[in-house]
Design a protein around this ligand. Sequence first.
Ligand SMILES: [Zn+2]
Length: 290
Amino acid sequence: MKPPAEHREPDDAALRRAAQAVIAYPNDGLPTFDATWYARARSEMSPTHQIRVAPREAATFEVPAGHFFRIISTEGAQVGDLNLWHRHNLNERFYSGKTRALHGTHLSTGDRLWSTFPYLRPMATITRDTLDWYGWDDDGASVHDVIGTRCDPYTGALLSNEHYHHCCHSNLTRALAKQSGQPLAAAEQEVHDVLNVFMCTGFTRDTHQYFMKASPVRPGDYLEFFAEIDLLGALSACPGGDCSASHSSDAAACYPLTVEIYKPDPKTLTDWKPAQLNRYVGGHGVPPAV
Ligand SMILES: [Zn+2]
């Protein structure tokens, strides 16, 4: 909690507070989400493989550009923490903060998952969300946020001096190290802020603190993505389970998650190309050396 303000309001405080709110990144210049096109591609797709993510563990998966993938709840209410990288360049990874700036605090159908600088292009598009009915509840919460980061052992040590090894950060680190053959410390540097799949979160109205509540996800629900570039993904089945009470411990009931990858019929993709790199000319204003 912040201490009470030390400074008296200026006489024109009301006027200053009444300044008009302006959307910082108007996103109507982005390519529009063509639901009909994605529906056509989906109608001819067939599953290629399936990955099971064990409770309190993470697993990696690859999705070729132009394929769909779904994160599926199978046995019980469970939150998943998702990382994405370019399959051939781990420096290009999901940029949670810029995705939030472009699409808002929670994602659903039509939103894109953007990559880090200097690439800044859509890595994946969310094409179907069986929890899209949830909207915003009376607490101001919604599902699939990009406001939390991922549960991690450092914050646990900081706040309660506990040393828990199955937080999503550690799960993602172990899974990537196993997939890439990197030492644990190197893999840890590649792990980044996540999309909190199925998690129900918001900011409290009084203190604006990050809160979580029981996920509305039920077995059979899924979040579907279309890979706009070749992807390497990692998904952790969060130790918080449905995140109704706690995380960063073995206290919550946890369930597995499934990732399923689907290949559309190529004839539905004839007018589609992988996402192009960002158009910024580069240089940051410094003339190139001659
Ligand atoms: Zn977690």
